[in-house]
Design a binder for this molecule. Sequence first.
Ligand SMILES: [Zn+2]
Length: 194
Amino acid sequence: MNLEAGNVCSVRLAVGETVRITNGPGDQVIDTWAFNANDPTEFMGMEHCRAWWLKLRPEVGDSFVTNRHNPLLKMVADTSAGEHDTVIACCNPDRYRVLGAEEGHANCQENLHRELSEQGMASAVTPCPLNLWMNIPSVGSNGLGREVPTKKPGSYVELEALAPALVVFSACPMDLLPINGVDGPKDGVRVEVI
Ligand SMILES: [Zn+2]
């Protein structure tokens, strides 16, 4: 399926199934969450993953664990420059309010919960997402940068399910900061179970 900028979609994966997310010109950040398909109180936790990885960004071969430290997904391919962020919270209404946007700005948090509802699920929390193609480099010994995505048109990431999962993708609508490129979000991505 095609996921347009600002929109949300999800896929259900059985064990061993893989979803491929293919970017367009390389400027669109995709906020990605994964939940235990049978229990949404268990979800992929970036802070839990980093406890195992001891690094900021995932690489091919790395597994993603849940808030209960059970393996849920595995990155099995990545043809991008690997600039995926695991640190920054998803955009939400308050983020846009403080940045001065008009009320009602599309945001990833509401996208997530709307998609969960459409899938008959709910979560009391908004986990920190895996921000695919979001370029937050580490700087010096204790800094983070905020850069535009590294353009690599058509690059893709593949995530394999290690347990039954509902994976949610929000094509981030952020247009007040240049995380989606200086022109803002404009290009969708392709999401397919392969
Ligand atoms: Zn967002």
